[in-house]
Design a protein around this ligand. Structure first.
Ligand SMILES: [Zn+2]
Length: 342
């Protein structure tokens, strides 16, 4: 297998067959390129504007998605592909090389805040991270209707492992999104607030695409279950949305019918740290709690004789996420409790 290094305008995402690329986007500083691994499978019935894309490493220190998609590069066979499948295990090689959420060795930008007007096209927004967003806009969006963006908690948060999506107005699209999310097999489905600007999934949703994200683990590690859920979710979406032949069975919490649909669309769900300190969880993610119940304790080691500050649940629900690293920032959302929905 040869992997060709090409500039975006030389990519062929439309002719039948499998092609493996290093997509080269110019480095901001040295004579060189950032190389994005991209594999495209185009089958005999590929349609204009239709296909599936799976992204790993939107953030550079979230590893289950890249590992899951890397496995799928070898597992997917061109003979089985009828439509179009694009696999990008490492969407942001700058952040991945740094091993950080943002592209800290380059422009310092968070790719999942970079989908803003003018990204990659106006001089003020022309660093590598905005140019990756611009590439996705120009070359990927026109060719896919299913978008899977595999995240994990990185160094920020631990989770009840979930597939996630925003509420969308179109009921038919909403149904297809929820079904695609369920097929990952995760214990939880997270329906989350859509007020953060510049998100990759928000842009895909605005374009009417079936868009699902994930939180497959945390701690800049590789979680066993998270990789399994990632592989299952991408494969299921490829088959169920008509891009690949084959059969697939539900797994785990999807199979058992015990997935919890957890909604965190309002600010009451978030507990904000009033001072920078060290966070101690008391109740693990995935457990039910009542509003006012203490989920964790925030310790102030500069005032070592003071009682710790109780981080309480804002609403009745399930602990969906909590701070992962013990040292937390003032203002950080250290506890997220989501409401359970039918
Ligand atoms: Zn992420």
């Amino acid at each position: 297998m040869t992997r060709r290094t090409v500039r975006p305008e030389k990519l062929d995402l439309d002719s039948p067959g499998r092609r493996d690329y290093w997509l080269a986007l110019e480095h901001d500083s040295i004579w060189g390129d950032h190389l994005i691994p991209l594999t495209v499978f185009v089958g005999p019935k590929a349609k204009d504007g239709e296909g599936l894309v799976a992204f790993g490493s939107n953030h550079g220190n979230e590893y289950e998605g890249p590992v899951a998609i890397k496995h799928l590069l070898r597992e997917f066979k061109i003979e089985d592909v009828v439509g179009r499948i694009i696999l990008i295990p490492v969407l942001n090689p700058a952040a991945f090389r740094a091993g950080t959420r943002e592209s800290t060795l380059d422009d310092g930008v968070n790719l999942n805040r970079a989908f803003v007007p003018g990204a990659g096209t106006t001089p003020a927004l022309a660093g590598i991270t905005h140019r990756i967003a611009g590439f996705v806009r120009e070359y990927i969006w026109p060719r896919v209707h299913v978008v899977l963006d595999l995240h994990s908690g990185g160094d920020v948060a631990r989770f009840s492992i979930c597939a996630n999506y925003h509420p969308v107005d179109d009921p038919d699209l909403a149904h297809r999104i929820e079904d695609t999310a369920r097929w990952f097999g995760t214990p939880s489905l997270m329906v989350y607030q859509n007020q953060t600007p510049g998100l990759l999934p928000s842009e895909a949703e605005r374009l009417g695409k079936i868009t699902v994200g994930t939180e497959l683990g945390w701690g800049s590690a590789v979680c066993t279950d998270g990789v399994r859920y990632g592989r299952q979710g991408v494969r299921a979406a490829a088959i169920n949305h008509g891009q690949m032949l084959g059969t697939i069975e539900p797994i785990d919490f999807h199979k058992a019918g015990t997935q919890r649909k957890l909604e965190m669309v309002d600010r009451e769900c978030f507990t904000v740290a009033p001072f920078a300190g060290h966070y101690e969880p008391i109740i693990d993610c995935g457990n039910p709690v009542k509003a006012g119940q203490t989920v964790g304790l925030l310790h102030d080691f500069d005032h070592i004789d003071m009682d710790p500050w109780p981080a309480v649940a804002g609403v009745d629900g399930v602990v969906l996420a909590q701070a992962w690293r013990a040292p937390i920032l003032r203002g950080q959302h250290i506890v997220v409790v989501a409401r359970e929905r039918a």
